[in-house]
Design a protein around this ligand. Structure first.
Ligand SMILES: Nc1ncnc2c1ncn2[C@@H]1O[C@H](COP(=O)(O)OP(=O)(O)OP(=O)(O)O)[C@@H](O)[C@H]1O
Length: 310
């Protein structure tokens, strides 16, 4: 349905997207996951006609998006990261304005507005000025605008950045319904692993402009199927203990967490004795210990050596 072919964008000497190849089949919900600056916005801006690639192409049902931008733009629902609304107008006036740009009018436009306002849960507040909206409401209205012309696909650039947990939850549930109940294809970018885990059938992990892994959540975590992670909660910071663990060849990865340390070890390698012995030598109190199967966050760390939100 939508695919990129060796898509590349170079800003002066910075390669923001480097030979990106990804695709979405009809009805799929696909996540593009990566830290800030990974190249997600650049990639989806090119996919949605908002930016020209340096080289490569984007195909929409076999037709080049680069060759036919204005024609194909009408078929895509695009939710940019920046809020694109008129603050001095009401939500309803904004929707009428953008609806007309999409070529809608009369009772057809009224019906579509009613539908999208309902979908994003803004019925009761549609006559208020956008400047008085909360950040979460503005984001919801931003999404409503992108849905007005009934696109087959919605492309969303980090739609939950900077909003409260309740609005975030609302948006995630809304996107899930669009995909699962209305059958809309979704491309969702985020640096929140939990969001793509919750929403997406398939995930692309991006870093430094490149796609570094792809698959379902299970496929991606199976990259680490021969490993397990051990979460250790400590009574206080223990920099010496972290160093001691790092010196152990049998411990593959050591990361500091909010409350302690996370270790990645080969599955079934019976490291608990060593872990306890070293803690005792460093006079560190282990408050709790948890052995877990790897998460997408672990996969990212494994592939890049960095945390998603460093
Ligand atoms: N217009 C531009 N001019 C120069 N460099 C740019 C431009 N837009 C993006 N970049 C650079 O390209 C790289 C990728 O940026 P991009 O915004 O695509 O990343 P991202 O994964 O979407 O991150 P974020 O979550 O912060 O938006 C970054 O190094 C960024 O500084």
């Amino acid at each position: 349905m939508l695919e990129t072919v060796n898509l590349k964008k170079v800003f002066k000497r910075n390669i923001a997207a480097d030979d990106v190849n990804l695709y979405l089949d009809e009805g799929e919900s696909v996540g593009l996951l990566g830290p800030n600056g990974a190249g997600k916005s650049t990639t989806i801006s090119m996919m949605s006609t908002l930016m020209k690639p340096t080289t490569g192409d984007v195909k929409w049902n076999g037709r080049s998006v680069i060759q036919n931008p204005s024609e194909i733009r009408k078929e895509l629902g695009v939710v940019p990261q920046e809020i694109a609304l008129y603050q001095e107008l009401t939500a309803l006036e904004n929707l009428k304005f953008f609806g007309k740009i999409y070529g809608l009018s009369g009772s057809n436009l009224d019906r579509k507005i009613e539908e999208v306002v309902d979908h994003v849960g803004l019925n009761e507040r549609q006559n208020e000025l956008v400047k008085n909206y909360s950040g979460g409401m503005k984001r919801r209205l931003n999404i409503a605008v992108a849905l007005l012309h009934e696109p087959e696909i919605i492309i969303m650039d980090e739609p939950t950045v900077g909003i409260d947990p309740q609005s975030r939850n609302y948006i995630l549930e809304m996107v899930r319904q669009l995909n699962k109940e209305k059958g809309m294809t979704v491309l969702y970018t985020s640096h929140y692993m939990e969001e793509v885990e919750r929403l997406c059938d398939r995930i692309y992990i991006m870093d430094h402009g490149k796609i570094i892994a792809t698959g379902t959540k299970d496929e991606l975590t199976s990259i680490l199927s021969s490993e397990e992670s051990i979460l250790i909660e400590l009574d206080r910071d223990q920099p010496n203990l972290i160093e001691r663990y790092k010196q152990q060849e049998s411990i593959l990865q050591v990361t500091e967490t909010e409350k302690g340390i996370k270790l990645i070890v080969p599955k079934g390698s019976h490291q608990l004795g060593t872990i306890f012995d070293l803690a005792e030598e460093e006079q560190a109190q282990i408050v709790s210990m948890n052995v877990q199967v790897p998460t997408l966050e672990d996969v990212f760390l494994h592939l890049t050596g960095r945390k998603l939100r460093d």
